[in-house]
Write a protein that binds this ligand. Sequence first.
Ligand code: NDP
Length: 246
Amino acid sequence: MLFKDEVVLVTGSTRGIGLSVAQAFAKEGALVIIIGRNQQQAKTVADEIKAQGFLADGFGCDVTVLAQVQETVNKILDIHKRIDILVNNAGITRDNLLLRLEESDWDEVIKVNLKGVFNVTKVVTKAMLKAKKGKVISISSVIGITGNAGQANYAASKAGVIAFSKSVAREFAQRNITANVVAPGYIRTDMTAKISEVMQQKLLEHIPLARFGETSDVAGVCLFLASPSANYITGQTIVVDGGLTI
Ligand code: NDP
């Protein structure tokens, strides 16, 4: 088991990609910390993982509120003593063309997708520094590389995650902490279920592997980046998009 005795915190892991990432780490022996805004939901998801014979705990925490993140991480460290791996996954979309994009759409997306990554990374890396080891993996998006009409706020937030992670990688390289990014293309989750059938067909025509990704496609890359096989990789972005952006 690749991650036996390790504690892995995955933000936004009550469903979708985050849940799949948490399940994959749990199957490899890690104790996974489930985080979502709703405490009860996070606990229920953790209980479901435990019922399958794995190790998990759940906490309600809004990643946009630094004080809440600090309080939650303190609780996790009190109970579980360590956080070896952080996966910054929580993210939202509020899509619209720029002329129709409201200030609140901009603020909310930047707050969750970028400030949330700052908040959690800042607090968790402090514990990693003490432990003299750690792996930080952040989920960006191919949209953060290519941009997309109707997603200026989302694209800016996800590009920010890439630049932020490169800076974290440089700051912590000598402290045995790596920071990398996974940039998925279109993955089948609640987030992409909002895309119309017609648009889905159009998108498929541009994906060389001719299918949308599964959450497990992203989870596998997170496992790799957190594993000893990736010890010499930092500041990188791995695109998981079926060839969409070739
Ligand atoms: P989902 O909408 O399915 O899940 C989002 C998760 O984030 C939920 O668990 C949600 O829980 C949590 N969350 C949202 N806001 C907050 C917050 N403020 N604090 C804590 N948790 C929060 O999204 P996906 O699984 O599709 O996406 C996961 C990540 O992958 C996102 O960062 C997304 O941008 C990225 N991504 C997704 C792609 C896709 O095709 N699906 C493609 C590229 C990137 P709750 O609402 O209970 O708080």
